[in-house]
Write a protein that binds this ligand. Structure first.
Ligand code: CFM
Ligand code: HCA
Length: 520
């Protein structure tokens, strides 16, 4: 492994190699606080898988709210090339609205870039309102809008007063940060300031209530998670943002517990809701059957009610038995196979548990744009330097709501959970990786080539930007962003879908006939 790292680094010009070396770590559990460089600019000229702040804001966090019209203020390409690619799914609520298949854009052209596009934005908002009567609208600016300075906040305020609905503007120009991550933060801020808890009339809800956060319903994952939660008697108040709706978001302050699936994209919101309303949060992972069971038990621990705990144990036993019967054959065919995982900011960790259920071992893993706490755990937070790129993004200072701050658990119970590290804790990917495995942050295509040649993994979990690079080298690639048009992969039933898909890829004989074109 060390030689592979040396080969990678030495192929770069010295200065670049020195920088990249800090993003590549051979896991050694004997070093108590292993660190890795993350969330910094990609060196120009290096090809990696990262996207932009607009993708992180509109595409990832805001877009999945399905009954809201999301207008992109910018040239048509930003909308067109992000239209429907992420596969976040939505089912209409009572109002019948479902806009996830639509693509709304102001289609800025040269004329607007020179003379300004604010009028066009006003018209687009009016037109969308007249045609669709959505309960709310969001506006997202792309790079050129930031450069010409259109006041999207002003236009949205003005139109919100005129039309009497919530219109929220997000200044998520692509260049705002070093990756999608900046867009997550901008989206969290906009949601929190404008929507969260704004329905003051909503009445309290009894029982075990939660918000599902940082779950985006790719391929229907959220629905499988909800199926099991409901079976346990746990009620989901709102979802941010997969299968999320505007009305539910305005009532999210009523939940007693926030379940954080993707820490990277929604940790800001979880912390802000805790400060303002006193709702505690726990980190969960619903990918993998053992991970799902662990997460359910964590929920049981928080509510600390023997009746719920018992019901959860019954559900786990039932679901496990049903799933195990189906997974066994796949496990036989997959045990001992090796995987590389390169996904955005969570899944390179979450999917390790599902692969472990199948007997497969993750030998190299990395995030595209996660921060050090997603690798090293939240204990690293005080040691992370805030650089100029991060300082660029607004940090909201939240206070306790004088009337509505109402922690749902007793001080004693909260203190006990604090001692047990149940709440607000995420240990990151690193502790779950075995000795000698490799972590590579923001991997480049050159690095990927070297590692494939060296380790010849049986499967790589990654995305569209490197899928065909990988497959041309004779290694199957399972897309873990859009699921190669399949899914759900979350939860118990999802694990079976996944096992089937992975088995088809890994065990087909076709790969041994693939020879890179330049080797023919
Ligand atoms: Fe969170 Fe996501 Fe991810 Fe992410 Fe993404 Fe995604 Fe991803 Mo693609 S929110 S960080 S910005 S889990 S879109 S649903 S698959 S890169 S690992
Ligand atoms: C994004 C979205 C993406 C891209 C997927 C990929 C997704 O980052 O803008 O690179 O294959 O999950 O759809 O992450």
């Amino acid at each position: 492994t060390q030689t592979a790292v040396k080969d990678i680094v030495e192929a770069y010009p010295a200065k670049v190699g020195k920088k990249r070396a800090k993003h590549i770590v051979v896991r050694d559990p004997n070093i108590p606080e292993q660190t890795i460089e993350a969330n910094v600019r990609t060196t120009p000229g290096i090809i990696t898988q990262r996207g932009c702040a607009f993708a992180g804001c509109k595409g990832v966090v805001v877009g999945p709210i399905g009954d809201v019209v999301h207008i992109v203020h910018g040239p048509v390409g930003c909308s067109y090339y992000s239209w429907l690619i992420r596969r976040n799914q939505f089912r209409a609520r009572a109002n019948g609205r479902n806009f996830v298949n639509y693509c709304f854009t102001t289609d800025l052209t040269e004329h607007d870039i020179v003379f300004g596009g604010m009028n066009k934005l006003r018209q687009a908002i009016q037109e969308a309102y007249d045609l669709f009567q959505p309960p709310a609208i969001t506006v997202h600016s792309t790079c050129p809008v930031g450069l010409i300075g259109d006041d999207i906040q002003g236009v949205s305020r003005e139109m919100s007063e005129k039309l009497g609905i919530s219109i929220v503007a997000f200044n998520c120009e692509g260049y705002k940060g070093v990756s999608q991550s900046a867009g997550h933060h901008i989206a969290n801020n906009g949601f929190f300031k404008n929507w969260i808890g704004t329905n003051e009339e909503a009445e309290e809800v009894e029982g075990y209530t939660v918000n599902l956060m940082g779950e985006y319903n790719i391929g229907g994952d959220t629905w499988e998670i909800e199926r099991v939660l409901e079976k346990c008697g746990i009620q989901v108040i709102s979802k941010l943002s997969g299968d999320g709706s505007y009305d539910e978001a305005t009532e999210s302050h009523l939940a007693k517990l926030n379940l954080v699936m993707c820490h990277r994209s929604i940790n800001y919101m979880a912390d802000m809701m805790e400060t303002k309303f006193g709702i505690p949060w726990i980190k969960v992972n619903f990918i993998g059957v053992n991970a799902f069971a662990k997460s359910l038990r964590k929920i049981a621990e928080v509510f600390d009610d023997p009746e719920l705990t018992e019901r959860i144990e019954t559900v786990i036993a039932e679901e496990m038995a049903e799933t195990e019967a189906q997974l066994a054959t796949y496990r036989e065919r997959l045990t001992g196979k090796t995987v590389f995982l390169f996904v955005g900011g969570s899944r390179a960790h979450h999917y390790q548990e599902l692969f472990a259920d199948l007997g497969m071992k993750t030998v190299v893993a990395g995030y595209e744009f996660a921060h050090r706490d997603d690798y090293e755990g939240r204990d690293a937070l005080p040691n992370i330097k805030i650089d100029a790129d991060s300082r660029n993004i607004e940090e909201i200072h939240v206070k306790q709501d004088p009337e509505r701050y109402n922690p749902p658990f007793s001080e004693e119970a909260l203190a006990k959970m604090e001692t047990n590290n149940t709440l607000k804790d995420y240990k990151g990917m690193m502790p779950d990786m075995g000795e000698g495995t490799l972590l590579v942050d923001n991997i480049s295509h050159h690095e990927l080539d070297v590692l494939i040649e060296r380790f010849k993994p049986d499967l790589i979990g990654s995305g569209i930007k490197d899928k065909y690079v990988i497959e041309k080298l004779g290694i199957p690639c399972k897309q873990l962003h859009n699921y190669d048009y399949g899914g759900p992969f979350a939860g118990f039933r999802g694990a079976v879908n996944f096992a089937k898909d992975v088995d088809l890829r890994v065990n087909t004989p076709v790969w041994k006939y693939v020879k890179a074109p330049w080797l023919n």
